[in-house]
Design a protein around this ligand. Structure first.
Ligand code: TYD
Length: 211
C-alpha cells in the first residue's frame, strides 16, 4: 500500500480521536500553518467529504432511532468509498491531504466500540480503498472531557461514556499496532500550544518524506 501511495505522490495525514477531541480545530489550523509554509494542503473530513457522503452523513447522525452496528458500518463505508476517490485525486496532484477521520474511525467506533468484527471491517476496506494514511494524529482525551466539550450531541455522541471508553481504548490499541504512522497528542491542551506541537511533528515527517 505504501508503495502505491508513493507512486501516486502526496502525503496523507489523518486526524483521529473520540468526539470533542478538537480534531476539526487542529486539522484546520494545520492546513493554515502548512499553507503559510508554502505547502499545498487540502482539507477534508468524514463523514461527508463528498455530495453523496453528505447525504449519508445526514442519515448517520440525524436519524433518531437505533441503527444496528453492521448497517452503521456499511453506511460509513459507503461514504468512505466515495470519499476515497476524492482523496486519491488530490494525492495524485502531489498535495498534502488532511482528513478528519478515515478507516481507523470505523475500527475504533464500530469495531472496538460497537463490537463488529475487526477482521470484517478490514476485509471490506480492502475492497473500498488502496490508500493508508502516512501519518495519523491521535488527539487523546478522556470520555469525561469529551462529554463536557460536546454541547449538542448527535446520534453517535449520545452513546455514552462506556462506549467512548471502548472507542478510546480501540484507538490506543491501533496506535500500538501502527506505531510507524501514529503520533499521540494530549487533546486537552490549549489549542495554540497543541497546534505548534502538531506542526513540528508534521514538518519533520514531511522533510523526511519529501527531501
Ligand atoms: P465527527 O468527526 O464528530 O463529525 P462532526 O465533528 O462534524 O460532528 O463524526 C461524527 C460521528 O461519526 C462521530 O461520533 C464519530 C462517528 N464515526 C463513526 O462512528 N465511524 C466512522 O467510520 C466515522 C468516519 C465516524
Amino acid at each position: 500500500m505504501r508503495d502505491y501511495i508513493s507512486k501516486i505522490g502526496g502525503f496523507f495525514i489523518t486526524f483521529e480521536g473520540i468526539d470533542g477531541c478538537g480534531k476539526s480545530t487542529q486539522a484546520k489550523l494545520l492546513q493554515e500553518n502548512l499553507k503559510n509554509l508554502g505547502y499545498d494542503a487540502f482539507w477534508t473530513k468524514e463523514p461527508g467529504g463528498t455530495d453523496i457522503g453528505n447525504m449519508v452523513r445526514e442519515i448517520l447522525l440525524k436519524y433518531n432511532q437505533e441503527i444496528d452496528v453492521l448497517t452503521e458500518f456499511l453506511l460509513f463505508a459507503s461514504d468512505r468509498s466515495a470519499h476515497s476517490k476524492e482523496l486519491i485525486k488530490e494525492l495524485s496532484k502531489g498535495k498534502i491531504v488532511i482528513s478528519e477521520r478515515f478507516k481507523d474511525s470505523s475500527v475504533a467506533y464500530q469495531g472496538y466500540g460497537g463490537g463488529l468484527s475487526i477482521n470484517f471491517i478490514e476485509r471490506i476496506h480492502r475492497e473500498i480503498t488502496i490508500i493508508e494514511p502516512d501519518l495519523t494524529i491521535l488527539l487523546d482525551i478522556s470520555p469525561l472531557v469529551s462529554i463536557k466539550r460536546v454541547r449538542d450531541p448527535d446520534r453517535i455522541e449520545k452513546k455514552g461514556t462506556d462506549y467512548l471508553e471502548r472507542v478510546r481504548n480501540g484507538y490506543l490499541i491501533l496506535s500500538k499496532l501502527y506505531k510507524n504512522r501514529y503520533v499521540i497528542f494530549d487533546g486537552s491542551k490549549e489549542k495554540n500550544t497543541l497546534s505548534k506541537e502538531i506542526l513540528e511533528v508534521v514538518e519533520n515527517k514531511l522533510k523526511a518524506y519529501f527531501f
